[in-house]
Design a binder for this molecule. Structure first.
Ligand code: SF4
Ligand code: SF4
Length: 355
């Protein structure tokens, strides 16, 4: 049985919360090589709630340093296409400063290792991930258009540097296969501990939605499947309907059912929580929509002319060149689009809706 802790928290007073978390989940970090991996989607302001908040990272870094590890690296591989966004993303989010000198661009050095040949025989993984004795994952409580939620399991997708993430989106080809591939990436190196920033979460059209939600919690666990199961339950989504959680359970990585885990704290439904367009429970239980998930979803990205600045980022980031600029606004070719939603993730204006 795994444990999930649900603890009230604010960004201003995190020290006591983090102490309590590490009391409940004692980690021996002495003389260990530690990697702390926040969720750094792209270069945004911390107040946009797109990334793990810098106050959470700082509090964890201070705690880890006090536990005398041999070394500490703070790193992630933001973005889906390029290698150049790493420092910029950490700087703009405030995560660079919060790393207290321990930031490293982990995208610069990687190793090729075997992967699930149903997708690709080999993937490159940041060497810092493979070298770490202990990985502490710091996911953010957010929705996601393709996986419904992006929590503890999905945070490990950032093990992959550079354009690989977009290529694998393309190779997966359908949302269902993408769910399954995310678990295979997670399983390359299962982190040792998870501490989720749910002080301010995100609802609606995540993972870069403007709809933020004050939740006021830190969630922590020794098991990602258990933690994501709690997160889904709080969102009002049956975790058993999510393919990535089904697959993780099938692989023996944990159980998403909160009744099968020890919950320390108050597990409450967040009233009227807005799930992403594919995530409503009624939709997930609808067999014809499930069929669509097997193939290609009917959703397509559409740019809002009121918000779009015609910057071209979405066109650059699309792994299959499905977008082109028409009349100063990007338009999608539905025959080419693989509904990976990378364009939505990367749009700096949050101008892309899924329709
Ligand atoms: S990234 Fe966003 S703002 Fe830039 S062109 Fe695409 S939709 Fe418009
Ligand atoms: S248009 Fe957007 S959703 Fe479609 S394939 Fe390109 S990046 Fe993915």
């Amino acid at each position: 049985m795994s444990k999930v802790m649900i603890h009230p928290a604010t960004y201003e007073h995190l020290g006591e919360t983090i102490d309590r978390v590490f009391e409940l989940f004692p980690l021996d970090l002495t003389r260990k090589k530690v990697l702390v991996k926040p969720n750094v989607l792209r270069d945004t302001d911390a107040k946009e709630g797109v990334t793990t908040h810098p106050a959470v990272l700082r509090a964890v870094v201070e705690k880890v340093v006090s536990m005398k590890p041999a070394s500490l690296i703070v790193g992630d591989n933001p973005g889906v296409m390029s290698y150049g966004a790493n420092e910029k993303s950490f700087e703009k989010t405030g995560l660079m400063e919060a790393s207290l000198g321990h930031y490293q661009n982990i995208g610069n050095d990687s190793l090729k290792i075997s992967f699930n040949p149903d997708f690709v025989p080999m993937v490159s993984v940041s060497r810092a991930v493979l070298d770490a004795d202990v990985i502490i994952s710091l996911p953010k409580f957010k929705t996601h258009g393709l996986t419904v939620l992006t929590g503890a399991i999905k945070n490990s997708y950032g093990y992959l540097p550079g354009a690989q993430k977009a290529k694998l989106h393309k190779i997966a080809g359908s949302p269902k296969r993408f769910h399954e591939m995310v678990v295979d990436v997670f399983n390359l190196r299962v982190p040792d501990f998870f501490l989720m920033d749910a002080v301010v979460g995100m609802e609606g059209n995540g993972p870069a939605s403007p709809d933020l939600r004050d939740i006021g919690l830190i969630l922590a666990s020794d098991n990602a499947v258990a933690l994501d199961g709690v997160m889904a339950t709080m969102m009002g989504c049956d975790p058993g309907l999510l393919r990535f959680l089904q697959k993780a359970k099938e692989m023996g990585l944990g159980d998403y059912d909160p009744d099968k885990n020890e919950i320390i704290g108050n597990l409450k439904l967040l009233n009227d929580f807005k799930l992403p367009p594919l995530g409503g429970e009624a939709i997930l239980q609808n067999p014809s929509i499930q069929e669509v998930l097997e193939q290609r979803t009917l959703l397509r990205p559409v740019a809002d002319p009121e918000k779009c600045t015609a910057c071209g980022t979405c066109i650059d980031q699309c792994p299959v060149s499905a977008l082109s600029m028409a009349h100063e606004i990007p338009e999608v070719d539905p025959e080419i689009c693989i509904t990976c939603f990378c364009c939505q993730e990367m749009c700096p204006e949050k101008a892309i809706q899924l329709k």
